[in-house]
Design a protein around this ligand. Sequence first.
Ligand SMILES: Nc1nc2c(ncn2[C@@H]2O[C@H](COP(=O)(O)OP(=O)(O)O)[C@@H](O)[C@H]2O)c(=O)[nH]1
Ligand SMILES: [Mg+2]
Length: 166
Amino acid sequence: MGTRIVIIGGFLGAGKTTVINRIAKALHQEGKNVALITNDQGEALVDTQYCAAQGMQVAEVQRGCFCCRFDDFMFSARSLVGRHSPDYILAEPVGSCTDLLATVVAPLKVLYPREFTVAPLIILVDAERAIEAGFDSDSIGDYLRRHQIQEGELIVLSKMDKVTGE
Ligand SMILES: Nc1nc2c(ncn2[C@@H]2O[C@H](COP(=O)(O)OP(=O)(O)O)[C@@H](O)[C@H]2O)c(=O)[nH]1
Ligand SMILES: [Mg+2]
């Protein structure tokens, strides 16, 4: 079984970086070897200092999201595997990306099944914002949110501490 790749997408501010840091720390505490792939464009990045101090390796795909830079994504994943043999690679795409299933998840599964096992595509949704504003407006942000939710294989609600159970 190859390295497990877990992609956690969702709109800007949904909590991707926060949850990836938490998962990385938890896996690291279990003795797992964890690496991260981030995507540029000025969003807050993973806590690279903490991750580096813990021995976690970070690679970054620049100048475009994973869906239009699949070769760079593969290069990053392979170089992490070559240098550190991680058990898990956690990947955070930019918040505007809506086309990960067809362009990243499926190609990884079909073309590289021995090198990598890919987790279901996780889309993080800000529960508070979903309740307050929904996704139905004609704004570009809501268009992107709708498409992300449509392609998600696993929808995970974030910021549950800010909403009531109901
Ligand atoms: N209250 C609360 N805030 C959160 C939660 N997850 C993330 N945040 C905050 O939401 C903001 C955006 O989080 P971030 O992880 O940078 O989102 P990203 O843009 O999807 O990577 C930050 O200020 C986080 O501290 C959560 O579960 N609860
Ligand atoms: Mg982020």
